[in-house]
Design a protein around this ligand. Structure first.
Ligand code: BV8
Length: 224
């Protein structure tokens, strides 16, 4: 396999590490309505509820271990002769802990804190409060470094360049529900790039090839 590879991952990549997906029967959103915990309006309205939601996510992410799929993608990035762009919708750090050294977190990271006043970032405390003073400007406006619905995803320019540079687009463990990530497959097809989906169940988007199965099995098999 030669040529640059663009890999978009979603919650299914981390499901076997014990982190719940969003739209499964026991998905996260089932516990909370999206608009109650994953929008800037929710944070304005009830910052403590939002902080509790992300403190719990951070605790779960910290307890989770990278699975064979995370480690296989890290190996691919290290060993492949051309660039491997690891673009993830996930806010956990399991790809990094699985050995990947360049991960593009387009929806942010739950292990980081962000100052809503000066945009300073720092490693999040286990239990974050909005009143935590920013280490840089001192403002008591601490929020999780997460891209909420209605906010602009991070690194869109880098992602666009990576897609245009790639010869293969691989979607791993995502339902293709949330934009703009859900539109990357279509952009790849318009660029004439071959597309592959690795998913527990096909998401029914028009990929050139689909491999169904659990990420911890099908991702290492595809990488090797
Ligand atoms: C934006 C952080 C403008 C939070 C997240 C109407 C129509 C279309 C679009 C919109 C609309 N109204 C509003 C929008 C825009 C909106 C959107 O798309 N809404 C959706 C709900 C319709 N998007 C936004 O607001 C985005 N911002 O558009 O700004 C803009 C855009 C571009 C340029 C300039 C301006 C911001 C979206 C970011 C929201 N934040 N995450 C948090 O994590 O708490 S999204 C959240 O859900 C996740 O991060 C993830 O990205 C996302 C999607 O979930 P998936 O990862 O796909 O997980 P899901 O549960 O859905 O699926 C799991 C998959 O895994 C399944 O396929 C399953 O089969 C598979 N699986 C399960 N187990 C396994 C497995 N696969 C393999 N192995 C297994 N073991």
């Amino acid at each position: 396999m030669t040529g640059a590879i663009f890999i978009l991952s979603g919650a299914g990549l981390s499901a076997e590490s014990g982190l719940r997906t969003f739209r499964a029967a026991d998905g996260l959103w089932e516990d909370h309505r999206v608009e109650d915990v994953a929008t800037p309006e929710a944070f304005e309205r009830d910052p403590d509820l939002v902080q509790r939601f992300y403190n719990e996510r951070r605790k779960q992410a910290g307890k989770a271990a990278p699975n064979a799929a995370h480690k296989a993608l890290a190996r691919l990035q290290k060993n492949h002769s051309d660039p491997v762009y690891l673009v993830t919708q996930n806010v956990d750090d399991l790809l990094e802990r699985g050995g990947a050294d360049q991960v593009i977190h387009m929806h942010g990271g739950v292990m980081d804190a962000l100052c809503a006043a000066c945009a300073h970032r720092w490693p999040a405390p286990d239990v974050m409060q909005v009143s935590d003073p920013c280490p840089s400007c001192g403002a008591p406006k601490t929020r999780p470094d997460i891209v909420w619905f209605g906010e602009i995803p991070y690194h869109m320019d880098i992602i666009q360049d990576a897609l245009e540079d790639s010869d293969l687009f691989v979607s791993i463990g995502t339902s293709g529900t949330v934009y703009p990530a859900a539109g990357f497959g279509q952009m790849a097809r318009q660029l004439g790039i071959r597309t592959l989906e690795l998913n527990l169940e096909a998401s029914n988007a028009p990929f050139d090839e689909v491999i169904e199965g659990r990420a911890s099995e099908i991702v290492p098999a595809w990488v090797e």
